[in-house]
Design a protein around this ligand. Sequence first.
Ligand SMILES: Cc1cc2nc3c(=O)[nH]c(=O)nc-3n(C[C@H](O)[C@H](O)[C@H](O)COP(=O)(O)OP(=O)(O)OC[C@H]3O[C@@H](n4cnc5c(N)ncnc54)[C@H](O)[C@@H]3O)c2cc1C
Length: 388
Amino acid sequence: MIRRDYEYIVMGLGGLGSAAAYWLSRQSGADVLGLEQFELGHVRGESQDHSRIIRLSYHTPGYVELAKQAYAAWDVLEKDSKERVILQTGGLDFAPRVSAIPLDSYSDSMKAAGVAFEHLDAAEIMRRWPQFQLTDDIHGLYQERSGIAMAARANAAHQRMAREHGASLVDRAPVERLRSAAGEIDVEAGAKSYRCRRLAIAAGPWSNQALANFGVELPLEVTQEQVTYFASPRRREFMPDRFPVWIWMDDPCYYGFPTYGEPTVKVAEDCGGAVVTGESRSFEPDPDRVERLRRFTGQLLPAAGAPLRSKTCLYTLTPDRDFVLDTVPGHDAVVVGLGAAHGFKFTPTFGRLLAELAVSGECDADVSGFQLDRPALTEAGHPQSWLV
Ligand SMILES: Cc1cc2nc3c(=O)[nH]c(=O)nc-3n(C[C@H](O)[C@H](O)[C@H](O)COP(=O)(O)OP(=O)(O)OC[C@H]3O[C@@H](n4cnc5c(N)ncnc54)[C@H](O)[C@@H]3O)c2cc1C
């Protein structure tokens, strides 16, 4: 076995881990190793596909502030990589006036954080975007900076730049064992063993398997979700300069995109998929959920046309749907990050904070709501609230 020593090892090179490796490499260059169990860019985790929604519109001022930092961090990556990974389209959050996800918390949070937005009634929404067909009881919030984070492209940019800054990223290297050793961490992966001063775990749906090495188990649920691409006969009306990203803030909660990455319109339901594991999941879309989505779009977004194909993806959910960003109790050399199935937009900032936490045990944002000892992660039977 070869022993190599690194200052930092990042376990998992999905969206979060790739960003953490990038930020660590900016500071520590060749002292950074990233390990990924599959090939880079694989589709078995949470971070693939063309697009994720990015938005300032959030249900707490804390998330709005974090989203502001995320935009700034994406900007750093774009400048460094000379690649575009964010596409501004504007974003619409809309719902019936009485809905499962009240729009008030979003408008209040944006007001508190000094983010401009517009409150639109159904008629104004349909005037701006005639693709929608809405009843009078529907209203919405429009925020102009919302848009698309180009997921696969952004991950590749983080990985490329991490390597350019000197990091080694090794794919097809499953981490099999982690062990604290004299304040450092021994990592066995892909028939090799390494020792590092600090380990950052960004294992998404496999987080509990990783944390089990340190006696920690979180009440996570991994669900199999799916997105559906519609073959719109009116595709031009869905180009990014004519149509926003949108979220239907009710139960079920749906969201969608302008045409991006392929000549279709992407729509999906948030949550609602079967509970699985990274191993037990299938890649078969659930036809009942496609049908539910077809009925929803048929009513509210008929211009989207008919479903063409669907892709599956995993969510890793905490009971409160808040992130995890913390040092593992009793193991100061280990930090862990988890995006709770809404983390992609934050990946560059999340990666930076995870890197800071790994380097110094502290980070320069209020992450107190993301700690491992919060009631949602420690109290048995804590209620699940995924619609936020
Ligand atoms: C359909 C869908 C839509 C979404 N929409 C949005 C959205 O619009 N906006 C938004 O902000 N977020 C969205 N999200 C959530 C967001 O994509 C995730 O929060 C984010 O991608 C999580 O990234 P991650 O790096 O934590 O997980 P992953 O991408 O799953 O990465 C974890 C990595 O760790 C690796 N790994 C695990 N175990 C090991 C091991 N033993 N050894 C080595 N490697 C290991 C895995 O192979 C994987 O590559 C969506 C998610 C899905 C699935």
